[in-house]
Design a protein around this ligand. Sequence first.
Ligand code: MN
Length: 201
Amino acid sequence: MAYSLPDLPYDYNALEPHIDEATMRVHHDKHHQTYIDKVNAALEGTQWADAPIEDVLKDLGSLPSDKQTAVRNNGGGHYNHTLLWQWMSPDAGGQPDGALAQAIESAFGSFDDFKTKFKDTGANQFGSGWSVLVHTGSGLDVVGCPNQDSPISNGQTPLLGVDVWEHAYYLKYQNRRPDYIEAFFNVINWRKVAELFDAAG
Ligand code: MN
């Protein structure tokens, strides 16, 4: 069963004004679909074609060497964007509470210190990539990932990521990547982040 594009869990315009409708349409319908088409083509006819994408990305080294780059890039793109649509939500933003809030304070000092590190990591990611809050197994950290690399390939669990590829923000924010990341905080679905945190802990 080849991978298929998940529906957005909200309307294309639901994240306005922070994330614009035109960006959501091309990002979801075109960019994500292309990652899926390419990873499906790479894995077609192999024993990995029916595996959950998480499992494939956790063990990239087991793939034939001529498949690894295509799967790392396009399988990673499929996995990252499947999470991204869930990491955002209308009527979201604010701050987490409970055990997740405590873990963030423990790791970074305060929510604001976490936000600064997450924003700076995204703003300073050279070229395309992601800034990702991860569970390392012992606590939380923020890591910068180039291209479509996922921390899951390094044994870490992604809890929240912001896409800093230009396709994620250029229509509305042009070169103002820090403004886009600031706006992203208004649509963070902390309920989903908490769910991933609870599952990882
Ligand atoms: Mn993207």
